[in-house]
Design a binder for this molecule. Structure first.
Ligand SMILES: [Zn+2]
Length: 347
């Protein structure tokens, strides 16, 4: 085992042949007040597969425990996986160089962390972090695509006024307008299959209990596995905000803070995972991932597949995060079948 310059833990199980190697990985870091399974379960499952498959394989397996997937320390996620794909930009390298040096590693060696040689693909196991598999009563799910995500900021502007002396017909209440729009966001989500849309933060100004809100800023997070569906929803929500503002005598402006396209998993590798899940005796359920994962950094570079393990109660990023032993065993059985199918391909 070794640690590369980006702080990724890496190990290789040598195969008997020189067929392109398989990379298995997930992340080692997590958020503050997190659970014990996000990321690290995928790494431990890679170790378990190393040990479970006793026969020599015609290909090597490289296991990577990625560093800094969550972006907690520097506000930039996927540092470890971006290092191995060569996607770290100069600004980020400057930002993290001090921390790399403090850890006893050499930022000048970052280029050496790059994946080299022929690679068959990348496989990631990860907890679902949502309630879908539990509701369906399934141990595992096959990720088809990692949803694209737009983050926007919406600002409604009206007129602040005295809560006691301003009659209803003279009010231009920015908070009531924002509230109407938030309900429209929820309705759009319910009417659009596969869409999730969230207003998670609002700020009212001046923010006093006896003053009509003169301005409100709200966040909007929308995600969908189809970029077209996501952008269409963003347009409909912008139109709704304008209509609501017009009817209430408010001004509205909407600013896109980030727009990240969806990342499809590799169709061939995903079909192989589907065969593996079936061979292990489980129904192959395909689903999108609403959260980002290292797999989305690897996917543009090497064929990538991802398997979700049921999370109890759909809880994640909290100490209650949990998995059932039998679901982990099911996912491992699927992983072992995946290796066997890959082996037969080279046989
Ligand atoms: Zn994770």
């Amino acid at each position: 085992m070794s640690i590369d310059a980006a702080g990724n833990l890496r190990a290789v199980r040598r195969g008997v042949g020189n067929a392109p190697r398989l990379v298995i990985g997930s992340h080692l870091d997590t958020v503050i007040h997190a659970g014990a399974f996000d990321g690290v379960l995928g790494v431990v499952m890679g170790v378990a597969l190393f040990e479970a498959v006793l026969e020599a394989l015609p290909f090597s397996i490289e296991l990577i425990g990625f560093s800094e997937e969550e972006g907690v320390r520097f506000g930039v996620p996927f540092l470890g996986s971006c290092a191995v794909t060569g996607d770290l930009d100069e600004t980020t390298i400057v930002l993290i160089s001090g921390a790399i040096r403090e850890f006893g590693l050499d930022p000048a060696e970052l280029p050496l962390t790059r994946l080299r040689g022929p690679i068959a693909g990348y496989l990631e196991f990860h907890i679902e972090q949502g309630p879908v598999l539990e509701q369906l009563g399934l141990p595992v799910g096959i990720v088809e695509a990692i949803a694209g995500q737009s983050r926007l900021e919406v600002r409604f502007e009206g007129h602040a006024g005295h809560a006691g002396t301003t009659p209803p017909h003279l009010r231009r209440d920015a908070l009531a307008g924002a509230a109407e729009w938030i309900i429209a966001v929820e309705r759009t989500m319910k009417d659009t299959p596969g869409l999730v849309a969230t207003v998670g933060r609002i700020t009212a100004e001046p923010g006093a209990s006896n003053v009509i809100a003169g301005a409100v800023t709200a966040s909007l997070d929308i995600r969908h596995a189809s970029d077209q569906a996501r952008r269409g929803a963003a347009q409909r929500l912008a139109a709704a905000a304008e209509a609501i503002a017009r009817a209430r005598g408010l001004r509205v402006c909407m600013e896109t803070r980030s727009d990240r396209p969806a990342t499809p998993m590799d169709p061939g590798f995903t079909a192989l995972m589907e065969d593996a899940v079936r061979a292990a005796g489980y129904p192959p359920h395909r689903m999108p991932s609403g959260a980002g994962h290292d797999a989305m950094i690897l996917a543009p570079h090497v064929p990538t597949a991802m398997l979700f393990v049921q999370s109890s109660g759909g809880l994640s990023h909290c100490p209650e995060e949990s998995v059932r032993e039998e679901d982990v065993a099911a996912a491992l059985a699927c992983g072992a079948e995946f290796l066997r199918i890959l082996e037969r391909r080279h046989g």
